[in-house]
Design a protein around this ligand. Structure first.
Ligand SMILES: CC(C)(COP(=O)(O)OP(=O)(O)OC[C@H]1O[C@@H](n2cnc3c(N)ncnc32)[C@H](O)[C@@H]1OP(=O)(O)O)[C@@H](O)C(=O)NCCC(=O)NCCS
Length: 174
């Protein structure tokens, strides 16, 4: 099981089944969903399924000051000892360095506590803010690729990017 963790400005606690409504609200903002679904909200029943699958590797973040819900951060187990880094913040919380702060804490956790051999992340090529978060966490660009989408969204013609940080690269930064 995963544990709560804290950064300078954030309190992160493990996701639970009761959090579905918070995540439905988060995904109802078209700006939040721009580079994920083209702006479409995630239907509540799909969010319920996503939450059930994400328990154990996703945290909800709250602002230390006002206890405001900030968003989520995740470290999804993928191949072998790889972990996929993900994050999604409420629009009201953007631009304060909070994504970078939370994501850095998870990258460190992946290598110190979760025995990861590699942390990786993907986003749309045009999602500059997300790419900057990856770079601030020490991940480097490994590939740009095109994905066949059933319904292309604005910017999808530029493809997706994948970033990674291996354990040996992370150790060199410590
Ligand atoms: C991506 C996201 C998590 C960034 O959150 P944030 O808290 O604003 O990020 P930070 O404040 O840590 O800033 C990260 C960097 O992105 C830059 N940035 C933020 N918004 C930007 C924008 N619209 N265009 C270009 N750069 C932007 C910041 O300037 C900063 O870079 P810098 O330090 O070099 O100046 C947030 O925008 C979000 O939740 N978006 C919707 C969900 C999403 O796209 N998730 C990623 C999908 S893989």
């Amino acid at each position: 099981m995963i544990e709560p963790l804290a950064t300078e400005r954030l309190r992160l606690r493990p996701l639970v089944a009761d959090d579905v409504d918070r995540l439905v609200d988060l995904d109802a903002d078209p700006e939040v969903m721009r580079y994920i679904s083209g702006g479409a909200p995630t239907p509540p029943d799909e969010t319920e399924r996503i939450v059930a699958r994400a328990i154990g590797h996703r945290w909800l973040a709250f602002d230390n000051d006002g206890d405001e819900f900030v968003g989520w951060f995740g470290l999804r187990p993928s191949a072998a000892r790889d972990r996929e880094l993900g994050y999604r913040l409420r629009r009201a919380c953007w631009g304060r360095g909070l994504a970078t702060e939370g994501a850095r804490a998870l990258v460190d956790l992946a290598f110190t506590e979760l025995d990861a051999s590699r942390v990786w992340a993907q986003t749309m090529t045009v999602n500059t803010a997300s790419r900057r978060v990856m770079e601030h966490c020490g991940l480097r660009l490994v590939r740009t690729f095109l994905t066949e989408l059933p319904e292309p969204i604005a910017g999808s013609e530029a493809g997706d990017v994948e970033y990674e940080l291996t354990r040996s690269e992370w150790v060199r930064t410590q």
